[in-house]
Design a protein around this ligand. Structure first.
Ligand SMILES: [Zn+2]
Ligand SMILES: [Zn+2]
Length: 239
């Protein structure tokens, strides 16, 4: 049985959205305000039309992900789904404060955290996600899972193929581009737990919003193997 599901990245200003095509088509994230035409052009390029999009999944309520959701809902008629814990950001069109996890976040936050860069057209979500949401109803073999940490209402899309689209759960570090914690996190320890949960169920490719995709093995090696090695060393010291 063929379990492959097409993931088509749409490069946008400073970020990416993703068109997922299976029997049905969904969109993950919507970019900053004003990204709707670029996304619909990409859809057209791959032979789709606006009304093909059955669902717009917002991985979280930051402006670079939810910014064009209202305009895209208008143009496609798709429902917008967001996690219950990020719904208020979307209702107000305000992403809220960014909490840096390190140097890159402190510096880049001067730009991304500016008031102008953090506001967008507010909307009332159609679907509130709790722990998970099956996507079969929208023609996609996969589900949405809750992967909090970057913000409390972050979600990832996990496909039957083993690939995943994770929004801002993982960032590429500067300058090595290796997988790293997001530059901002409301709860870094929770983000780490979410990354573990994700790689335990997604053995394929991990698509992130702000960089090239990683393999699940790369993420695992970067986050958890140094710890395992240290643990093994400790155990052998005891023996
Ligand atoms: Zn974000
Ligand atoms: Zn982002």
């Amino acid at each position: 049985m063929d379990i492959s599901v097409n993931i088509i990245p749409v490069p946008l200003k400073m970020t990416s959205a993703f068109i997922i095509r299976d029997e049905g088509t969904i969109l993950v994230d919507s970019g900053y305000p004003g990204s709707e035409d670029t996304i619909l052009e990409k859809l057209h390029e791959i032979g789709g039309s606006p009304e093909d999009i059955r669902l717009i999944v917002l991985t979280h309520g930051h402006a670079d992900h939810a910014g064009s959701a209202a305009a895209l809902r208008e143009k496609t008629g798709a429902k917008v789904a967001v996690h219950r814990l990020d719904a208020n950001k979307v209702r107000k069109g305000i992403q809220g404060k960014l909490h840096p996890t390190g140097f890159a976040g402190r510096i880049l936050g001067l730009f991304f955290g500016r008031k102008k860069a953090s506001m967008y057209q507010a909307l009332e979500p159609d679907i509130l996600i709790n722990d998970s949401l099956e996507l079969e109803e929208y023609g996609v073999r996969g589900k949405i899972i809750h992967t909090p940490g970057h913000s409390s209402g972050c979600v990832s899309v996990l496909l039957k193929s083993g690939d995943a689209v994770v929004g801002d759960l993982i960032f590429p570090s500067i300058p090595s581009e290796k997988p790293s914690l997001p530059f901002w996190a409301d709860d870094p320890a929770e983000a780490r737990r979410s990354i573990k949960k994700l790689i335990d169920s997604a053995p394929g490719k991990i698509y992130i919003a702000h960089g090239k995709p990683f393999s699940s093995a790369e993420v695992k090696e970067k986050f958890f193997e140094p710890f395992l090695k240290a643990q093994n060393r400790k155990n052998s010291d005891v023996e």
